[in-house]
Design a protein around this ligand. Structure first.
Ligand code: ARG
Length: 280
């Protein structure tokens, strides 16, 4: 969760080039230096002991225990949300492909990853969005070996909630180029319409598959590296949280004029539902 926008907006490599899927090893080395990263942070980022995140952090706040009980941290350095108690919804770029996979550790039930009460379970199978090639379709499901006994997060099934203010949460970097966080951070980001967002990225937005949010004029609050796969959500009419976006990419973090780009969950709701049903 990036809470400041301190870095100068140095222009990275061309978006098209950087969005191509990278090999995991290359990605781990490249992630720190590229502005347009779609890749998760280094594998060691599961729990990186940090100093406390004090109230001095600008623009965001620590989540309280139990506030977002559906939030999970993935061992490759991504976020996710419990779609079912044994199925995590995350980003396609956080996983290696589809099939049996016992390599991912999923941590849930805590805001502090070092909390002894943390629930840790292994993955069993991964479903990466069919047709994912590094552009759009940035969603994936992870079937867990055992359920995590926590409330799940509904997904948006229509575009109805694709506006207003959203909450985004994660254990990712607290500033562009910053380190992963031990404690879950949250921030509120306003919707940015497709035309504005697409213009901000030279037309590189896939309108139907991506939804943007951020403070266009000022920057300062955003998701960042390591938040990928985590949910962006808001309340519905019934006052229940609904996932409308999945942290996907952006140019740097929290830069003015460069909104965060999220997978548009409502577009893929039927596919996600079918995918979850199909997982062993
Ligand atoms: N791709 C990044 C990750 O793997 C997420 C980047 C989100 N960036 C942003 N400015 N919202 O964690």
């Amino acid at each position: 969760m990036s809470l400041t926008g301190a870095e100068p907006p140095t222009r990275g490599q061309p978006l098209k080039k950087l969005l191509k899927p990278l090999k995991r090893a290359a990605a781990v080395m490249a992630v720190a230096s590229i502005a347009f990263s779609l890749q998760p942070t280094a594998a060691s980022a599961d729990v990186a002991p940090q100093r406390d995140i004090g109230p001095t952090v600008v623009g965001g706040t620590p989540a309280s225990q139990g506030e977002f009980p559906f939030m999970v941290r993935l061992s490759m350095g991504c976020g996710g949300a419990l779609y079912e108690q044994d199925v995590v919804l995350t980003a396609a770029h956080c996983v290696d492909g589809s099939g049996p996979d016992t390599s991912i550790t999923v941590t849930g039930g805590v805001v502090d990853l070092s909390d002894p009460a943390a629930i840790k379970v292994k993955s069993k199978e991964v479903l990466q969005a069919p047709g994912y090639n590094g552009y759009g379709k940035d969603w994936a499901l992870i079937k867990l070996a055992e359920p995590i006994d926590q409330p799940t997060l509904k997904i948006a099934e229509s575009a109805e909630l694709n506006s207003g203010d959203f909450i985004v949460a994660g254990w990712g970097a607290d500033r562009e180029g910053g380190s992963q966080q031990q404690r879950l951070l949250k921030a509120t980001v306003p919707f940015v319409d497709d035309a504005t967002c697409s213009a901000a990225y030279g037309g590189d937005l896939i309108d139907a598959e991506e939804i943007c949010a951020g403070y266009l004029d000022t920057g300062g609050i955003d998701a960042c590296q390591g938040d990928s796969g985590g949910p962006m959500f808001r309340k519905d009419e019934a006052g229940e949280y609904v996932e409308v976006g999945i942290v996907s990419w952006g140019e740097g973090c929290a830069r003015a004029g460069k909104p965060g780009v999220y997978t548009e969950v409502s577009t893929f709701a039927a596919d996600i539902k079918a995918g979850a049903a199909q997982l062993g």
